[in-house]
Design a binder for this molecule. Sequence first.
Ligand SMILES: [Zn+2]
Length: 117
Amino acid sequence: MALKYSSKINKIRSFALILIFVGFAVMYGGIFFRESVWAMTIFMLLGLLFIIASTVVYFWIGMLSTKTVQVVCPSCNKSTKMLGRVDICMYCNETLTLDPALEGKEFDESYNRKSLK
Ligand SMILES: [Zn+2]
């Protein structure tokens, strides 16, 4: 399966959404262990933990959003937010970069990990 890139904020957002679903699924799973109060409690707590984790991730998105740079996408002319040195347009998946040296290069997540020296 080909790896589909999406903008980082969208990626984190879908991750948080998955955590919520997993949390509810785990909590729902607890119903099957009704006979054992302990098993059910553990399931409920685990589910709650996932939901708390997703809340933390959502909070993290909020923090990250303050660090994003608002840019106008050269491809679709919509204003999009980008994070790090390279990111992808939220609307048309066009590669965006703040570093002129990387302009025109193939999108590579690893550019974000290199230091800005
Ligand atoms: Zn675009």
